[in-house]
Design a protein around this ligand. Structure first.
Ligand code: SF4
Length: 64
């Protein structure tokens, strides 16, 4: 089964919280977002969250 890594670039994140609304795999830690799980079996809502991030701080990568 494909696995994906989910990362938030903390330097880029502006703390808007959009990803936490779009996807329950994101949570706020202070004024920055972070993935609840940084490795997931299903891409699920993670790509949607990445697409909805206004500063493109979320990277979802398929692991080979
Ligand atoms: S949507 Fe992007 S900028 Fe907003 S909290 Fe999430 S990672 Fe940060």
């Amino acid at each position: 089964m494909a696995k994906f890594t989910v990362e938030v670039d903390e330097k880029t994140c502006i703390g808007c919280g959009a990803c936490t609304v779009t996807c329950d795999n994101f949570t706020m830690e202070g004024d920055k977002a972070k993935p609840v799980k940084s490795e997931v079996d299903e891409i699920g809502c993670n790509q949607e969250a990445a697409d909805s991030c206004p500063v493109s701080a979320i990277k979802v990568t398929k692991k080979e």
